[in-house]
Design a protein around this ligand. Structure first.
Ligand SMILES: Cc1ncc(COP(=O)(O)O)c(C=O)c1O
Length: 421
């Protein structure tokens, strides 16, 4: 096998400004950045500006953005209707400790779209939405622990992290995603300690693995029988249908967590549930405490209103059509260049695995070396994707852009194949 490092050298030659910025940033910020997902070796890019489907780095290199901030920017960068709404709001003030109308509107949009929820509370991230769902479940059950899927992701919190890394923790029991029996077993053993069962409707960080409605319904039934609450995480998957993935699956969770696209590119999270469950926050009869200086700030709310309103069923279907076109093109190229390739795909979300079938999650993947090389090769060719192979289309994509992506991906795969085949 030819183990040359031409791709790495090409990346370093193309991005000296990003290298310099990383060296400077890493002195004052561990890893140069405030999120693990924004790091890759040898150093991540520094992005200077972004518009529509393209981002430009500090060296002036342009990339088609196929990641869209890990799916959050469903309408791409600097989307005109969102920047207009935010610009208008900026002049009217950015936050105050009282109600703002945009919050009411966004809550109305979410409760209109999602059948299982009557009310929502907003937070500043999907992680905080998970924390709030846990607060609600703890208040209702008087219990503390959670049960989640091995390799699931619900945010950056100790209770969730251990499951993400595949290990049980002091507050966390694990089931196997897709295997309702394993969840039932844990509930039978530890049900009296478990406040909530958290499940993603499509496993995102583990590589776009969809749940079936049978799996979700069986786990929810066992969860409720054990006296715990079922939390469906739709932080990533709300982009898949106007009423979220639960609409497609005809599934009604007790609690739903949201994030990403509902903030239109600004920090956001939300929890939705029935009026009965949300009653604990009734200020005249408080049973659980929830507050936050920037919760539901009007900037996020006006941006979120546009983002959600303009995510129509037609646009969702169009993104899926283009994602399938892209997926088929990638599979054809992989065959031509002699690379094994599996693509997990749901709607506008894709995850690439350079193996004959999807095998392993996170750091246990069999294709870590090849996918790292492909990631850097994509960057060299002007395609911005996640190091782990996640891609998420936005509504500003069209056939021509998909064609351009395929041309770039072809060169990236050829370069990757020349290093590993
Ligand atoms: C399924 C899921 N839940 C929760 C989160 C956490 O959201 P945030 O990064 O806004 O804290 C994420 C983020 O990627 C996610 O994908």
């Amino acid at each position: 096998m030819n183990q040359s490092n031409d791709i790495l050298q090409g990346y370093e030659q193309k991005t000296p400004g990003s290298r310099a910025e990383y060296d400077r940033a890493a002195k004052v910020v561990p890893g140069g950045n405030s999120r693990q997902a924004g790091f890759w070796a040898p150093y991540p890019l520094t992005i200077k500006s972004a518009s529509g489907a393209r981002v430009t780095d500090i060296d002036g290199n342009q990339y088609i953005d196929l990641l869209n901030n890990y799916t959050a920017l469903v309408h791409g960068h600097a989307y005109g209707p969102i920047t207009d709404a935010v610009a208008k709001q900026l002049g009217k003030g950015t936050c105050w400790a009282a109600i703002n109308h945009a919050q009411t509107e966004l809550a109305e949009q979410l409760t209109d779209r999602v059948a299982s929820i009557d009310q929502v509370r907003f937070t500043n991230s999907g992680t905080e939405a998970g924390i709030l769902a846990l607060i609600i479940a703890r208040a209702h059950t008087g219990r503390n622990k959670i049960l989640m899927a091995r390799g699931g992701y619900h945010g950056s919190l100790m209770e969730f992290d251990s499951g993400f890394f595949g290990k049980e923790g002091p507050m966390t029991y694990l089931g196997e995603y897709g295997d309702s029996g394993s969840f039932k077993q844990q509930l039978a053993k530890h049900g009296d300690e478990i406040a909530a069962v958290f499940v993603e409707s499509v496993m995102g960080a583990s590589g776009i693995i969809p749940a079936t409605s049978e799996f979700l319904n069986e786990v929810k039934q066992a969860t409720n029988a054990a006296g715990a609450l079922f939390v469906l995480d739709e932080v990533l998957t709300f982009r898949l249908a106007t009423g979220g993935r639960q609409q497609t699956l005809g599934f009604e969770p007790d609690l739903t967590t949201f994030g990403k696209l509902i903030g239109g590119g600004f920090p956001v999270g939300a929890v939705g549930a029935s009026r009965e469950l949300m009653n604990i926050f009734d200020p005249t009869d408080l049973k659980a405490f929830h507050t936050g200086t920037f919760n539901a700030n009007p900037i996020t709310m006006v941006a979120g209103n546009v983002s959600v309103r303009e995510l129509t069923a037609e646009r969702i279907a169009d993104m899926e059509r283009l994602a399938i076109l892209f997926k088929n093109g990638l599979l054809e190229i992989a065959q031509q260049v002699g690379l094994p390739l599996t693509i997990n795909h749901v709607g506008s979300l894709l995850n690439l695995f350079f193996t004959e079938s999807h095998s392993g999650i996170h750091h246990d993947r069999d294709d870590l070396d090849i996918s790292r090389r492909f990631h850097l090769a994509c960057l060299c060719e002007g395609l911005f994707i996640a190091p782990r192979g996640l891609m998420a289309l936005s509504t500003v994509f069209d056939e021509n852009l998909v064609e351009e992506c395929l041309e770039k991906a072809k060169r990236a795969m050829q370069e990757t194949a020349s290093e590993v085949v």
